[in-house]
Ligand binder design. Structure first.
Ligand code: AGP
Length: 366
């Protein structure tokens, strides 16, 4: 209950809990002397970690999108090929289960049936699966060979926020530990350990942008349809942003790779179709800004989630500047404003944010 007697949506409370939730996920797991992470629950020693040739993330909905972010982290830091797939699809295509692949089941509830059945299928065929799970002792946690608990605390709102953030943190820890027994340098390891330690404070800074984001969200809520666009690291961020908006505000939102716009969807851009563009300060900034010009030239309103100092030229955009940290952690700092955006869009429409229509917190039947 808020001080004025009105009730505060759980989603809101859980968004604000993120800095504390991240601190819990990091507690006792960072090693700044050797620039690595210690994840005892993996049940994998250094020799077994070195023998991994591929990493595959499996999850549903937002857990799958964070799995995509996690795959990018593992490739970047550990230089092991990694990808993500919806657990709901994986099992139905008779997947090839490889003994030197590490499978990672990603689930807040630990009860999502599609993810659980994927785990069972992998184990039946002799594969090794670890779980990134929030609920201790849940079905998926029990079915896996080992894992990383998220320690996000109870998450009640259907629209997941803090559990997703902690999934990202768990992936960063996994990538760090995997990287450091391969060829990630101690200097890079330490750089990441320090960045992770600073993450809760940076998330707090993003949460302070709420008023500005709420104002933008109020305007966006009037649009029937919009695009979320991003490239490479920014693409799963766009997917998660679109997902959150759809779930609680019932606006149509489509995520696209910015680079693919000109191959089709640009035809839909008009003054009635806003785009929310993810434009971090990285090696793709220039290419991203060029695409923003294409959108602007067709009259498409633009909201740009970016870093302070990124030069967007003469473009007429509404920008949301997130703090800088290390580029590997950009995706999570770019995701938090999109949670606030979805929340405030839904709130301005007067919707029941914790009980979105047609959705359940966890999907336990096929
Ligand atoms: C997230 O906001 C969604 N409600 C949904 O996509 C969710 O992430 C998905 O159903 C997976 O749930 P899980 O993490 O409990 O397995």
């Amino acid at each position: 209950e808020a001080g004025d007697g009105s009730s505060v949506p759980r989603m809101y409370v859980e968004m604000l809990e993120q800095p504390a939730a991240v601190e819990r996920a990091l507690r006792g797991r960072l090693d700044d002397r050797f620039g690595t992470a210690h994840l005892g629950g993996l049940n994998l020693d250094a020799r077994e970690l070195r023998a991994i040739r591929r990493v595959k993330m499996l999850g549903c909905g937002s857990a799958y999108y964070v799995g995509q972010m996690g795959a990018a982290l593992v490739e970047e830091l550990a230089r092991v090929p990694a990808d993500a797939e919806p657990a709901s699809e994986f099992r139905y295509r008779n997947p090839i289960i490889e003994p030197d692949t590490l499978y990672v089941a990603v689930s807040q509830s630990g009860e999502t049936i599609d993810t659980l059945l994927a785990v069972e299928e992998i184990r039946r065929k002799g594969g090794r699966v670890i779980g990134l799970v929030n609920v201790v002792g849940s079905a998926i946690a029990r079915a896996c060979d080992g894992g990383i608990y998220l320690h996000a605390g109870p998450e009640v709102a259907v629209a997941s926020t803090k559990a997703l953030t902690n999934m990202y943190v768990a992936f960063a820890l996994l990538a760090l530990q995997l990287g450091r027994v391969r060829d990630l340098s101690i200097a890079d390891g330490k750089r990441l350990v320090n960045a992770l330690a600073a993450l809760p404070a940076k998330i707090d800074e993003v949460l302070k942008l709420e008023d500005r984001i709420a104002e933008i969200a109020g305007d966006l809520a009037g649009a029937e349809s919009m695009f979320f666009v991003g490239r490479v690291r920014g693409y799963p961020v766009a997917r998660e942003g679109a997902q959150k908006l759809k779930e609680i505000s019932y606006r149509h939102a489509e995520a696209y790779q910015t680079s693919e716009l000109k191959h089709g969807p640009l035809a839909l851009i008009s003054p009635d179709v806003p785009s929310i563009a993810i434009v971090p300060d990285d090696e793709l900034t220039e290419r991203n800004v060029a695409a923003l010009h294409e959108i602007a030239a067709r009259g498409g309103p633009l909201v740009v989630v970016t870093h302070e100092g990124v030069d967007l030229g003469e473009l007429d955009v509404r920008r949301i500047d997130v703090p800088r940290l290390e580029r590997e952690l950009d995706p999570i700092l770019l995701t938090v404003p999109l949670q606030l955006l979805a929340f405030h869009a839904a709130q301005s429409l007067g919707l029941d944010i914790d009980k979105p229509r047609n959705l359940a917190k966890s999907v336990t039947v096929e």
